[in-house]
Write a protein that binds this ligand. Structure first.
Ligand code: UD1
Length: 417
């Protein structure tokens, strides 16, 4: 347990370098299981989710070396085919090893991920898609066990553009026999990054970033080196932080196009946004304007930035309605935010936000990664001291969070226990 003690209000001011994307890195690491040789990933963020995923790969018998921000993964030897409950329960994204293991080994046994704080997270779309590619699944004792002598290309229409299911099928399709088409595919930039890596490793993937992805199966993948794309969610967190604190922040080393809607919403709130090729400056003064906002799969507004956005709108000059369409339980942190003087009422998947003149510091608890970061932004905009009790969520997703905030002028201290 860590406690972040934040003094506010502090306008965030200065430059902040953005790390490689967590959500791309974890899937690239899973994809490395399919490569009989060394994969080198650069610009890998030093966060605990990446360390846990390293552990998952090591337990599967794969060699992993992490130096600076370069991660080497060597799966020359065939990995084991089982990811245990102990591992999957620590990091849900480890379910992504299912597709690669099945593709490489013809069988895989992976613990079913349980729910987490942001809701139940089923994997039915992953399994149904793999079944269409010839896999057979049974589930017993909390494990899902799949077999497929060799996966075969198929046409898969996803009921919902799930990020994880698109990635599972994308990876599985690369070495399947024949052509796989994923319709209603998720279009997130991290999926494009994964497809780019797979192509660098010899795969033939077309259409990643659109809602139809076509994968022509190849016999095997070969070693590759890849630079992870910038983390648009980390960047968005600091951008919203600038707007929420009346600050002036320049995000460095990013792809502004990947976060266009977030930038537009910040402009709607009254912030001034200056876009350059690989950086963006966000300047804000005074209270933000209210707005209605809906989370949707990319290129819609990202659900991961909904909690920070709620902190911004909690201080708006009028009422806002925020609708959560991706993870229904994402509003669990509202009670914590209300302890800081916000006036937010949840009705189903809508949050009605009244907009108050000022938040006030309070002791709060971080229920997940993004809500933890949002509460930190709340603490920076609130008057007085905020203590955020966190069981390691923030460190799962944000590299050097405290140091980067301090670089922007925040006054934060951390105590253990
Ligand atoms: C990924 C991201 C997460 C982000 C989310 C949506 C990672 C590690 N995590 O999560 O940060 O918030 O995308 O952008 O990349 N669903 C099903 N059945 C399935 C799969 C998903 O019903 O088989 C549902 C989920 O319960 C959820 C919705 O689809 O309601 C979206 O999930 P999905 O897009 O798969 O998100 P993740 O890949 O889990």
């Amino acid at each position: 347990m860590k406690t972040y003690v934040v003094q506010g209000p502090t306008p965030l001011k200065g430059d902040v370098p953005i790390s490689g994307a967590k959500n791309a890195t974890l899937k690239l690491m899973a994809a490395a299981l399919m490569v009989p040789g060394e994969v080198v990933l650069e610009r890998v963020p030093r966060i605990s989710d990446v360390s846990l995923m390293c552990e998952v790969l090591e337990r599967l018998g794969v060699e992993v070396a992490f130096e600076g921000s370069t991660l080497r993964i060597d799966a020359t030897n065939e990995p084991k085919n089982e990811a245990t409950y102990e591992l999957v329960s620590k990091i849900r994204a480890s379910i992504q090893v299912l597709g690669p293991l099945l593709a490489r080994l013809g069988s895989a046994r992976v613990s079913m991920p349980g729910g987490d704080a942001i809701g139940s997270r089923p994997i039915d779309l992953h399994l149904r898609g793999l079944e269409r590619m010839g896999a057979e699944f049974s589930s017993e004792h909390g494990y899902v066990e799949g077999v497929a002598a060799r996966l075969t290309g198929a046409r898969v229409l996803l009921e919902f553009p799930s990020v994880g299911a698109t990635e599972t099928l994308l990876m599985a399709g690369t070495t399947a026999e024949g052509t796989t088409t994923i319709d209603n595919a998720a279009r997130e930039p991290e999926i494009q990054d994964l497809a780019q890596f797979l192509n660098e490793a010899g795969a033939r993937v077309l259409g990643a970033g659109t809602n139809t992805i076509t994968i022509e199966g190849v016999a095997k993948l070969h070693p590759a080196r890849h630079v992870v794309l910038p983390d648009r969610i980390e960047a968005g967190t600091y951008a919203i932080g600038a707007a929420a604190t009346g600050g002036d922040v320049t995000l460095r080393d990013i792809r502004p196009g990947d976060m266009e809607l977030v930038l537009q919403k910040l402009e709607d709130s009254g912030a001034e946004v200056t876009r350059e090729t690989d950086s963006v400056r966000i300047r804000a003064t005074g209270r933000p304007a209210p707005m209605d906002l809906v989370t949707l799969p990319y290129p819609g507004f990202p659900t991961d930035l909904q909690p920070p956005m709620m902190v911004l709108l909690a201080q708006a000059t009028g009422p806002s309605i925020l609708t959560e369409n991706v993870f229904e339980a994402r509003f669990i942190f509202v009670d914590e935010l209300n302890r800081m003087g916000a006036q937010v009422r949840v009705e189903g998947h809508h949050a009605v936000i009244k907009g108050v003149e000022r938040l006030t510091g309070a002791p709060v608890r971080a229920p997940d990664i993004r809500a933890g970061a949002a509460l930190m932004l709340g603490g920076l905009s609130a008057h007085g001291e905020t203590r955020i009790h966190d069981e390691g969520h923030i460190e799962r997703g944000y590299e050097d969070f405290v140091a980067k905030l301090e670089g922007l002028g925040a006054v934060v201290s951390v105590t253990e226990g």
